[in-house]
Ligand binder design. Structure first.
Ligand code: GUN
Length: 283
C-alpha cells in the first residue's frame, strides 16, 4: 500500500512558517497586503475568495476585498487594477477567475503589474519562469513541487511525466520539474501510448480534468503519484480526483489523496507569493 502524502498537514506547516516570516517582517515595520477582486457572485468563486481572506487572516496579512457587481465593465475593472498597481500599500493583486463573459480575461491579467502578480498568470511571470528568472509561479504547480520535496521524493534525474498541458498547471508544472533536474515528458489528449509513457514515470503528475482516468495499469511499482484533479462524484457529496485512488494506491509508492492532497497547497503557495512580493517591493 502506498504512503499517503498529507497535503493538509504539509500546507498547515507551510502556512505556520509563512505566519512566522510575516510576523518577522512586521517587526521591521513592513506589512503584507493582498487585494482580491471578485466580479459577480459565482458560488464557487465566492467560497474560494472567502478561503483566501481566511488564509490572509491566519498568516497575519491584510486582505482588501473588492466585490464588484456582475455588470461591472471591463473599463471599470481595468481602472481598479491601475489604482491597485499604483497603491504602495498593496503588495499582491488577485483577480478571481472566471470573469463574466463580457470581460476579456487575458486583457485583465496583462494589466496587473508583474511585480504584484501573485497568481503567476501574467505572460511576463510565465516568461520569467521559463528562463529561470525570479518571478511568481502559478500556485498549484508550486504546491505540487513543495509536496514532492517535503515527502522526500527524489527529482534529480527522475523520469517525471505530466499528464495535461494547461497554462496554469501542466505547462508550468513541467518547467518546475525541469528546474529540479527531472527528465520531463508532457502528455495530452493527442499523446500516443499514454499508458506506456506513464508506466515509465518515477513521478506522475495528473491534471487532465477527467474523474478516475488513471488507474493502477498506468503506474510503475513504487512511483509517486500526484493527483491535481477534483470532481464531485455524481449523485453524492463525495469528491474524487483524476486518479482512481483505490486502484492506484495498490501499486504506487506514494500518492496524494483527494481531498486533502494538492488542493490545500494552492492557498498556502498564494500566501507565500504575497510574502515574497512584500519582501521584493521593500528591498
Ligand atoms: N479560479 C480558480 N482557481 C483560481 C486561481 O488559482 N486563481 C484565480 N485568480 N482564479 C481562480
Amino acid at each position: 500500500m502506498a504512503e499517503i502524502i498529507d497535503g493538509k498537514k504539509i500546507s498547515a506547516d507551510l502556512k505556520d512558517e509563512i505566519r512566522d516570516k510575516v510576523a518577522a517582517l512586521k517587526d521591521k515595520g513592513i506589512e503584507v497586503t493582498l487585494a482580491v477582486i471578485l466580479v459577480g457572485n459565482d458560488p464557487a468563486s465566492t467560497v474560494y475568495v472567502g478561503n483566501k481572506k481566511k488564509a490572509c487572516e491566519y498568516t497575519g496579512m491584510n486582505s482588501r476585498s473588492y466585490e464588484l457587481p456582475e455588470e461591472t465593465t471591463e473599463e471599470e475593472l481595468l481602472k481598479l487594477i491601475d489604482e491597485l498597481n499604483a497603491d504602495k500599500e498593496v503588495n499582491g493583486i488577485l483577480v478571481q477567475l472566471p470573469l463574466p463573459k463580457h470581460i476579456d480575461e487575458d486583457k485583465v491579467i496583462r494589466r496587473i503589474d508583474p511585480d504584484k502578480d501573485v497568481d503567476g498568470f501574467h505572460p511576463e511571470s510565465v516568461g520569467r519562469l521559463s528562463i529561470g528568472a525570479p518571478g511568481f509561479v502559478s500556485c498549484t504547480p508550486a504546491g505540487v513541487i513543495e509536496l514532492l520535496k517535503r515527502s522526500n521524493t527524489p527529482l534529480d534525474g527522475a523520469n517525471a511525466v505530466v499528464v495535461g498541458r494547461s497554462n496554469i498547471v501542466g505547462k508550468p508544472m513541467s518547467v518546475l520539474l525541469l528546474r529540479e533536474n527531472a527528465t520531463v515528458t508532457i502528455c495530452h489528449s493527442h499523446t500516443k501510448n499514454l499508458k506506456e509513457i506513464c508506466k515509465n514515470a518515477d513521478v506522475l503528475v495528473v491534471a487532465i480534468g477527467q474523474p478516475k482516468f488513471i488507474d493502477c495499469s498506468y503506474i510503475k511499482e513504487g512511483a509517486t503519484v500526484i493527483d491535481v484533479g477534483i470532481h464531485r462524484i455524481e449523485g453524492t457529496k463525495k469528491l474524487c480526483g483524476d486518479v482512481d485512488f483505490e486502484s492506484a494506491e495498490k501499486v504506487a509508492g506514494k500518492i496524494t489523496p483527494v481531498p486533502g492532497g494538492v488542493g490545500p497547497m494552492t492557498i498556502a503557495e498564494l500566501m507565500n507569493n504575497c510574502y515574497e512580493a512584500a519582501v521584493m517591493q521593500n528591498k
